[in-house]
Design a binder for this molecule. Sequence first.
Ligand code: MSP
Length: 483
Amino acid sequence: MKQKILLTSSIPYVNGNPHIGHAFEYVQCDALARSLRSAGHDVLFTAGTDENALKNVESAQKAGTSTQAFVDEKVAVFQDLLKTYQISNDVFIRTSSPEHIRGCQKLWQLSKKDIYKKSYTGLYCVGCETFYADGEFPDNICPNHNRKLEVVIEENYFFALSKYQSFLEDLLESEKLKIFPAYRRDELLNFVKKGLQDFSISRPATRTKGWGIPVPGDATQNMYVWYDALTNYITALGFGGDEKQYKTYWEGADIRMHVVGKDIIKFHGIYWPAMLQSAGLPIPTHLYTHGFITSAGQKMSKTLGNVIDPFELVKKYGLNATRYYLLREIPPHDDGDFSDTRMAQLYTADLANELGNLVSRTCAIAAKDGLEIPKESHPEPSGRRLRAEPVEGSPDPLLIINYQSTIVSLWEQVKEINKSFNTFEPWAKSAPDRKTFMLSVLSQLASIGSSLAPFLPEVGENIVKVTTGKIEKISPLFPRLTA
Ligand code: MSP
C-alpha cells in the first residue's frame, strides 16, 4: 500500500560552518528517503536552516557584518553541503523567510489560549539557547559551551506546557509517537513524569537586537528560537500561506517522521507535540534519534582543532566512500567515530578491493566476450527497485532505518560472488563455457547496484548502468588512494 510520508531533517544553526555531524544526519535522512521512494512510497523530505538564534547575532557582530548578510553567506554553505552530498530533499526552508515568519505567527495565534505573559528570572546559555536551573551545572558553567550561564531578568510569554502533562505521558506510553531507539522514549517519559514546567517562548526584542520573529500583536517581543525553529516542519510545507503541501504531507500524511540528534529530543518529543496539540494540529508519528560522531575518539571541538570538515572528506575520499563510511561504520542510533585510518581501511578493503575490483574484472571479461545484456533480460531480483513499484503493507521507517545491517549483508553477497569467481576461474575457461556464469554475475551485480543506490546513489546507479546493455571495460570505481 502506497503511503504518504513526510521525512524531516533538523535545521542546523548557521553561526558556523557545517561539520561532519550535519552531513551524517543528512545522509541518514537521504538513505531513508531514497529507500522509501524506491519502494514506491510518496515521500516528501525537508531540510532547512535555523537562522533566528541569538548566537547568529553574536557571530555576525564578531565578523563585523549585518546578521542578514552573515546568515545569507552561511546558508549558502549549508545548501552547498546538501548538493555535495547528493541529498534528495524536496524542500529547503529558511527561518528568516517571510513564509516561515507568517506560519509561526499563525501557529502562535492558534495556541493563544495556552500563552501568557509573566516576569522571569533565569540562567541562560546562549550557546544552547536554553534556560537552565540554578545549580544544574557546577559553578553554573554550561558543560556544552564552557561558558558561564547569564542571569536574565525579563518579561516573557510562556507556553502552558504543564497543561499537557497527561497528554504527553499518554503520547509516549501508548507509542502514538514512536521513538527510536526505545531507551530514548524512556528518557523522555522519565523527564515528563518528574512534572512539566511551562516554558518561555519569547524574549524582549531589544535582547535579540531586533533579530527574530515578532510576537503577533506585541512588537516589543520576539519569539524564542526553539518555538520558531520547530515550526519549520510545517512552514516548509506552506503552513500559514499556500497550504496545499501542508494539507497533503502534514495533515494527510500516513507517517510524519523527524530525524534528529540525541541532544535535541526533548524539544521534538515533548515541546513540539504539545505545541501542535495546543493549536489543534496533527502531531508527528515517528521520532528517530541518532548519536554523535567523534573525531578519532574525541569530541569534536574548535578548541581541539579536530572538527571534521565534510567538504574536505569528499575531496579526499570521494562522495561514495564518505557516504559508505557514515552509513556502514557509524551505528544508526549510537555514537560512532570517524578516523582517517579506519576510512583508509574501509576504502581499500571493502570499496576498492571487494566491490570495485569485482565490477571491473566482470566488465573486462564480459566486454572481451562481447556480452550484451538487454535491460529486460536481467532477471528482476527482489532487491532491484530502482524504479518505483507499489509495495504491500505499511512500512515502518523505523524498521528499515537499519541501513548498517543492509549494507553489511550486501557486502556479504559481494564476498560470495568474489569467492565463486575465484572458484570458477572464468578467465581460464573458453568464452562459451563462461557465458552462463558471467551472465549470472552481471545480473547479481545489477541487483546489488540497485539495492545500493539509496545509500551510495552514484556508485549504485553506475553499477546498474555498466552491467546493462553492451558491456564495456570500465575505469576503476574506487581508484587507489593517494597519500
Ligand atoms: N538548530 C537546532 C535544531 C533545530 S530543529 C527544529 C540545532 N542545530 S545544530 O546545528 O546544533 O544541530 C543540527 C543537528 O546536528 C542536530 O540533530 C544535532 O544533534 C546534530 N549534531 C550536532 N553535532 C553532531 C555530531 N557531532 N554528530 C552527529 N550529529 C550531531 O540543534
